[in-house]
Design a protein around this ligand. Structure first.
Ligand SMILES: Cc1ncc(C[n+]2csc(CCOP(=O)(O)OP(=O)(O)O)c2C)c(N)n1
Ligand SMILES: [Mg+2]
Length: 424
């Protein structure tokens, strides 16, 4: 089933009333004390199961997107506290980071298709603004963790192209010594905890990061990314419950790209309108925003992260985004479950890099010539990373037995007592 953009006229039933909700607004159901949540005597009784009305076929697509070309957002996110004081150099830096990710992955795709690179390759093309926006908000004590579509987050937090590309080639110089591959980029020194292949497996790990931050009284928060498919994993619900119960400083960012492998959102979610709304069931605040627009992303995520740090409260932020390629490059059905026109529409109207470039041109922060120079540099860096990766040595045979147990590799007191992280 192809994913369609929800046009304003079609989306009244399924979309939230306001496409852009201020992040601090409290969902009404959460504002109620729990005791009032039970229906009053004489209130509407639930129908017996057999009389439950037949489930209507969804009349409108459930995508959270709005047609931005026709309904320009009234909110000027460039004026939000998280954006207003940005210096031109910072804004240009975000453009550079997004272009670096795009060019890195395009090189990877080329060599994967030639069979020179193996393993999996889940491309982040189209979603770059989310990772770059997040990294730009990290305060040096925040920790982030994501799933297997992890190249963008890795480069955005400052991992080098060489170590990342070498990892894709399976070489010993790779960030995970060539033993992790595309799904397992990892750099705790940069507050980046990977890179995980089990769908939603990173959500309890992220919660652990948040717990440690709170326990150690660190002025930071955890940000755990998950996809629209991962939301349906039971463990995510368990996480929301615990996060609320213990007031943990975590922001769950749902990168809603409309598909989990070949399954569209309409076919995987019973909840209309937004996935983040499920957080209400756990008394966790939630919001939605467009991920294509860096200002909007930063305004919403910035507020969520600040709240997590200051009040030690969890939050779910659903971000609409889109991936241009199949689930992975080896996705044999990549062209079967969505129309080419849909992909083209996102590329032409919703590309986060083009949007940011246009924004900066409009603001006169950057010139076309500067953009081209930055892009050329990104291309050259990615090409050099390929050369580095190909020229690098394979991991040694003996290294297969290394890095299996943390205690063996880290013969420190902390390693032996189980106090692995945050104490070394
Ligand atoms: C527990 C588990 N079940 C199934 C899979 C197979 N699988 C890998 S990715 C994926 C889809 C996840 O989609 P989504 O969460 O939307 O993330 P996206 O790929 O769109 O970034 C599935 C079902 C898995 N890796 N782990
Ligand atoms: Mg998805």
């Amino acid at each position: 089933m192809a994913r369609k953009l929800s046009k304003p006229s079609q989306s009244k039933k399924s979309a939230p009333k306001k496409a852009v909700r201020p992040v601090v607004s409290k969902p009404k159901s959460q504002a109620k004390p729990l005791s009032k949540a039970t229906p009053k005597k004489g209130g509407k009784k639930p129908l017996p199961l057999e009389k439950a009305p037949a489930k209507k076929a969804p009349s409108a697509p459930k995508a959270v997107l709005k047609d931005a070309t026709k309904t320009p957002s009234k909110v000027d996110f460039s004026k939000s506290p998280f954006n207003a004081s940005l210096k031109p150099a910072q804004k240009i830096g975000y453009l550079r980071e997004m272009l670096r990710i795009r060019r890195f992955e395009q090189q990877a795709l080329k060599y994967y298709n030639q069979g020179i690179m193996g393993g999996f390759l889940h491309l982040y093309n189209g979603q770059e603004s989310v990772a770059v926006g997040t990294a730009s908000l990290m305060n040096g004590h925040d920790e982030i963790i994501t799933a297997y579509r992890d190249h963008g987050h890795a480069l955005a937090v400052g991992m080098g192209m060489n170590e990342c590309m070498a990892e894709l080639f399976g070489k010993g110089t790779g960030c995970s010594k060539g033993k992790g591959g595309s799904m397992h980029f990892f750099a705790p020194d940069k507050h980046y905890w990977g890179g995980h292949g089990i769908v939603a497996g990173q959500t309890p790990l992220g919660l652990g990061l948040a717990f440690a931050i709170k326990y150690k009284k660190i002025n930071g928060c955890a940000v755990a990314f998950l996809g629209d498919g991962a939301v349906n994993q039971g463990v995510f619900s368990e996480c929301l419950n615990m996060a609320a119960l213990w007031d943990l400083p975590i922001v769950y960012v749902i990168e809603n790209n409309g598909y989990s492998m070949g399954t569209s959102l309409e076919r995987s979610s019973a909840v209309n309108g937004s996935l983040a709304k499920r957080a209400e069931g756990f008394c966790v605040e939630w919001a939605t925003c467009e991920g294509f627009d860096l200002y909007e992303l930063r305004a919403n995520l910035g507020a969520a992260m600040e709240r997590a740090r200051k009040e030690s409260k969890p939050m779910v932020l659903e971000v609409s985004t889109y991936r241009y390629y199949g689930h992975s490059v080896a996705d044999a059905n990549a062209k079967k479950y969505r129309a080419p026109e849909e992909i083209e529409l996102y590329k032409s109207d919703y590309d986060p890099i083009t949007r940011w470039q246009n924004q900066l041109l409009k603001e006169k922060t950057v010139t076309q010539a500067q953009i081209e120079k930055i892009d050329d540099e990104a291309k050259a860096e990615a090409a050099a990373a390929v050369e580095f990766g190909i020229a690098s040595p394979w991991p040694s045979e003996e290294s297969i037995f290394e890095d299996i147990y943390h205690e063996v590799d880290h013969k420190t007191e902390a390693g032996q007592t189980g106090r692995f992280f945050f104490s070394e």
